[in-house]
Design a protein around this ligand. Structure first.
Ligand code: ZN
Ligand code: FE
Ligand code: FE
Length: 273
């Protein structure tokens, strides 16, 4: 975006073609970041599973290619700090595998994301959108929050990806303010108690819901609870690097945030917003 100053911002949620639904190699994302003037970037492609699991993530044997691709970007843009991360799928019972993954590289950060609310339903998969009609929306959200709380309490993650993902196709969190608070409170508490950060993920702006994840309501509760924040694009193409950052910064400020965080070797650092 012209006239917007990216110099104090990082974008830590970038994908690669290894996940089979993104385009452009890390070198190209780095070039885009450089053109915008971003301070830092980080790659966080969809984590491998021990065996073939679905067709939208890298295979375990592709992990070395992932490291290599990030190294290629570092070599091409030595002035740009490029962090190594992973968007790790949290499914109940996967804690042991996630611990193994955490030891497979010197990660700068691990994102914990809940896409699957049951082993066969990824709530953000457009092919499965009709499943939202299978049961009451309250039940789907309750299941999602319960899984997300477990992900947070596993303490395996530096920050949580797109915290209110089930709204992607327009299925907003139902209920009045009090009912929504009762749904959100346990998640906010888990974040605060474990020191896990969250992201404003601007990909929601490019989806039917047309707004960032999570809501201003969630972000305001998070800020009041002292939870740290990042701003990320979830880019699946180089042209999406830094996308929606003007809206994201505005949202963060509206929620009362004055700082964002960055990670290096899983150590957190605060930067003024
Ligand atoms: Zn993806
Ligand atoms: Fe995701
Ligand atoms: Fe992602």
């Amino acid at each position: 975006m012209k006239g917007f100053d990216y110099a104090s911002l990082a974008d830590y949620h970038l994908h690669t073609p290894l996940c089979r639904h993104a385009e452009g190699w890390p070198v190209e994302y780095a070039r885009a970041a450089r053109e915008l003037g971003l301070a830092e970037i980080g790659f966080a492609d969809h984590s491998p599973m021990p065996q073939f699991f679905d067709d939208w993530r890298m295979l375990l044997e592709e992990l070395p290619r992932y490291f290599e691709a990030v190294e290629e970007a570092r070599a091409a843009f030595p002035g740009l700090p490029i962090r190594l991360g992973l968007e790790v799928d949290y499914l109940e019972g996967q804690e042991e595998w996630i611990a193994k993954l955490a030891g497979m590289a010197e990660w700068d950060f691990l994102i914990g994301s809940v896409h699957y609310v049951t082993p066969d339903w990824a709530i953000d998969n457009p092919a499965h959108i009709s499943r939202y009609n299978d049961r009451p929306l309250e039940e789907i959200w309750a299941l999602y929050w319960k899984t997300l709380e477990k992900a947070i309490r596993s303490r395996a993650f530096d920050f949580i990806g797109h915290a209110d993902l089930p709204k992607k196709f327009g299925h907003r969190l139902p209920g009045n303010e009090g009912e929504r608070r009762r749904m959100l409170d346990p998640v906010i508490r888990a974040l605060a108690e474990t020191g896990t950060a969250i992201e404003i993920n601007t990909a929601g702006l490019r989806k039917p819901i047309g707004e960032c994840y999570p809501t201003l309501e969630f972000l305001t509760l998070a800020r009041e609870a002292g939870i740290d924040l990042l701003l990320n694009s979830d880019a699946h193409a180089p042209a999406e690097v830094g996308a929606g950052f003007a809206e994201g910064v505005q949202l963060a400020r509206e929620a009362g945030y004055t700082q964002l965080v960055r990670f290096e070797k899983r150590k957190k650092r605060h930067v003024a917003l």
